[in-house]
Design a protein around this ligand. Structure first.
Ligand code: FDA
Length: 397
């Protein structure tokens, strides 16, 4: 064990992102002397880029069912004790204007900067210090806590909180630092992979869909018993949009996706009835009633559907309906951490307290936010986990 050197801090938090800043303010208000360290030149970079620059800061309908984890019960306690309503009250106290976009998804009306400024103001009011451009080179245990060897000297603290996030968007400062600390202290890591990430396509399909880049439509996409009914966006690289980002967290290499292109329609009934009432119509004309025209046309060509409906046998229409209701594609992969919103997996929560987020065998070492194996669906759930896990640790550290 290293010798303890004088340090004015009770709590050191590594990572000045969503979870780290929230935790700092919470612990600071309890009278703890708090320091937040970050290697980046600015705090909360992901907050600033989130929600298209307007930060989808919570989801009023967030429940534990909106999270993926190898230990699904772990998140329940923290989410119950710090709710979306609690965060909303904080946002309202700071006079930040917000709006509900899709059901329950709250965004800033003006800019994500409002949320970051709110957190920094809270840290200031709580007396928590934020120090940037500081990398932690080594961590060792002392008799009374931890000693940190940083680029600008040694620091000690009683409680150490790891809030360094996941691996997504390395250009924004993401590192595997939190996983290294977990490994150093003997914690198990669950395999990590990119989540909430666009799909790339096999060259042939990519070429066929290429001209449709920018086209979006409502679909119901299914993989591994999970499904999401949300918009899909065709991009010049592959498939994106909320539906694809959501299902990407459940997809594994080699899996196919089943995409219902007309989730609001009773496709076979529609086609059979149109064959009677409008026998001269084509399948393409039917599709154009429900899908963007460019997409309807390209998809019809892709499937080789030609001629009027009256020329189709019932079995042909059933096959077409099946293709439209369960268009099966096998993505080549995902865009990976370069563009992923989150990292799945991470520190195994079975070794952490669900009440405090502390390591069960080291009650003054905490892991919060994205570094742990709790990953939310798209729509404000990931920030809600950052706030809730940070509040749990901040009330204990
Ligand atoms: P976060 O990544 O926020 O913070 C980690 C901090 O640790 C960073 O400041 C980093 O610099 C620092 N750090 C890393 N390594 C370090 C080291 N070695 N030494 C010191 N510091 C280190 N979620 C949501 O709910 N609603 C949304 O609208 C969006 N939108 C969105 C858009 C995009 C483009 C992305 C990439 C992500 C989102 N998310 C989101 C997800 C959300 O941003 C994410 O879940 C939280 O920021 C996680 O908070 P953390 O504090 O755990 O990590």
């Amino acid at each position: 064990m290293a010798a303890a050197s004088a340090s004015p801090y009770d709590v050191i938090i590594i990572g000045a992102g969503a979870a780290g800043l929230m935790c700092a303010a919470t612990a600071g208000y309890r009278g703890r002397r708090v320091l937040v360290l970050d290697h980046a030149n600015k705090p909360g970079k992901k907050i600033l880029m989130s929600g298209g620059g307007r930060c989808n800061f919570t989801n009023l309908n967030s429940t534990p069912a909106n999270f993926l984890s190898d230990n699904p019960a772990y998140c329940i306690s923290a989410l119950k004790r710090y709710t979306p309503q609690d965060f909303l009250e904080l946002v309202d106290r700071h006079g930040i204007e917000h709006e509900e976009k899709a059901a329950g998804q709250l965004f800033c009306k003006d800019s994500a900067k409002d949320i970051l400024n709110m957190l920094l103001t809270e840290c200031e009011w709580a007396g928590a210090e934020v120090r940037l451009k500081t990398s932690v080179e080594q961590i060792s245990e002392t008799n009374s806590g931890y000693h940190l060897h940083t680029g600008s000297g040694g620091l000690t603290c009683e409680s150490l909180v790891i809030a360094t996030g996941g691996l997504s968007i390395p250009t924004m400062g993401a590192t595997g630092f939190g996983y290294e600390v977990a490994r150093q202290f003997g914690l198990e890591l669950l395999p990590t992979r990119a989540g909430l990430v666009p799909f790339t396509l096999q060259p042939e399909l990519k070429e066929q869909l290429g001209p449709l880049s920018g086209v979006s439509c409502q679909v119901d996409v299914r993989c591994h018993e999970q499904h999401f009914r949300e918009p899909m966006l065709i991009t010049h690289r592959g498939l994106s949009g909320p539906a694809m980002l959501q299902i990407s967290s459940f997809w594994e290499p080699g899996d196919s996706l089943a995409i219902n292109l007309l989730p609001a329609c009773r496709i076979i009934e529609d086609l059979l009835s149109l064959r009677k009432t409008r026998p001269q119509w084509t399948i393409g004309q039917y599709l154009a009633q429900h899908l963007p025209k460019r997409f309807a046309q390209a998809f019809t060509e892709l499937q080789g559907w030609r001629g009027p409906l009256q020329g189709y046998k019932r079995s042909d229409l059933e096959r077409a309906a099946n293709t439209l209701g369960q268009w099966s594609i096998k993505p080549a992969g995902t865009e990976g951490y370069r563009t992923a919103e989150v990292t799945l997996g991470g520190v195994n929560t079975r070794q952490l307290s669900s009440k405090t987020m502390a390591v069960l065998e080291k009650p003054n070492l905490y892991f919060i936010g994205e570094v742990v194996d709790v990953t939310g669906h798209l729509g404000g759930h990931n920030f809600q986990w950052a706030w809730a896990s940070a509040a749990a640790a901040g009330n204990d550290a």
